[in-house]
Write a protein that binds this ligand. Sequence first.
Ligand code: ATP
Ligand code: MG
Length: 562
Amino acid sequence: MEPSLSTEQPTAPTHFIHKIIEEDLAAGKNDGRVHTRFPPEPNGYLHIGHAKSICLNFGLAQEFGGQCNLRFDDTNPVKEEEEFVDSIKEDVKWLGFDWADREFYASDYFGQLYEWAVQLIKAGKAYVEDLSADEIREYRGTLSEPGKNSPHRDRPIKENLNLFEDMKKGKFPDGAKVLRAKIDMASHNMNMRDPVLYRILHAEHHRTGSDWRIYPMYDWAHGQSDSIEGITHSICTLEFEDHRSLYDWCLDALGVYHPRQYEFARLNLTYTVLSKRKLIQLVTEKHVSGWDDPRMPTISGLRRRGFTAAAIRDFCERIGVAKANSTVDLSLLEFCLREELNKTARRVMAVLRPLKVVLTNYPEGQVEDLEAQNNPEDPDAGHRTIPFSRELYIEQEDFMEDPPKKFFRLAPGKEVRLKHAYIIQCQEVIKNNKGEVTELHCTYDPESKSGGPTAGRKVKGTLHWVSVLHAVTAEVRLYDHLFSEIEPDKIEIPESLNPNSLETITDCQLEPSLKDAKPGERFQFLRMGYFIADQKDSKSGAPIFNRTTPLRDTWAKIQKKG
Ligand code: ATP
Ligand code: MG
């Protein structure tokens, strides 16, 4: 059995956002409603960091009997695509969450957002700016110095209205003008120094086509979208803390329903990049086979690697929700998966790097069907039979000609048990003319089978094996960290990449029951780890397996040391 930490590792305590909602409900705020949203920008596939936000937003809504919207924050037509929208929907669903009919798009609100911008101009709270992006930056000042007012800041309202309308009509080229909020060029918060609300972009939008020649900035779109949807708790990551004053300012200036923004720490993982820019780079520069490459930290990559939605949700629960940034050990994610698969995955035998064994005292042509338990952790998983015969494969690494003292596997003269079968003893080592071991000649103890007179005889090691005659040859893909650095963000791609992150073995030998593994079916290959029949490349009858994770539990070790 695998070491289990479930009793030592309490699940995360209720976090600060949870407490805020409880207090709000107790105080009768929002008429007792809890309404959250998950607002991805459709400019890439979702990753494990997004899963944290999804579990938080959908989880809170579930817990408090509220609702969570799926809202695509699609305000940047240049980087957004329908493919990303589809993948995001698939991934949120797969994670086990449901937005019912509340699939929204910031682009659905472009008309309303424009009218609100006009309202702001009419109130003297926004103006059209002619300065270039560089000039705006110069005028903005620094953290230690206040900014300067733009020469266009006091443009008459009428002129602002006309210019903004002309911007909308496409009369100016990209970058010629922007609309800015008129707030305070001396504010200690840089976001309040007359932030840009609209920019000109002559680009096709994946939903609105060429209807719009101006597009709202995040700060103008986000809070107002929250307001339109009646969001009560708008939860985002810490880097938006400094945007909260602007979020509040916009809603107050318009005098519309005012949701509240709360910030939490984003997930960082060891050996992993979660920045979308870098994930896009991995895909476009073909360092991986695509967004769903099993080495990617994307939801689709993790799914293909063999992770389950339950394990990802469990992980998100355990890491908790805090106000301070930190980095989580990647092995915790693997730990959560092993906790589940240990109980659910059928245990089978597969030899990844075969070495042939001939049992010289086993009758030629004889085949025995041995009974094997599918999972000792799950009595309902039942039994299957495995054929045993005179010629077998064992794992190359389970034999050493000249072993060190504590090598409890096979060596000349040594005995081991074959799982579900007999005790064998190594009598002779056969080599080729290069001196490589090609075959072992062993004898078996016919009375050592389960139920036999010497079944209880103690030998130190137990090996997995498959019968040569019955084995299924298959491709198996072994994965290691995509990055060799624990903090890969500190180094550029490709220098940060692990050159050995994928090893493909084409002639693995599997027990016959694996021949018809269905794509997506998960197994424990005894002693070798958890594996999944690849959902893209594997076919029933011709399986291809991905190793999800080895059995070794580094998280358990870290816990013991700590
Ligand atoms: P990037 O900054 O890499 O482009 P993003 O945060 O802009 O990513 P979005 O699509 O805008 O990506 O994110 C949607 C939601 O997911 C946001 O509310 C964001 O705060 C949250 N999110 C993104 N990354 C993480 C993370 N690593 N941990 C927790 N939440 C995250
Ligand atoms: Mg974002």
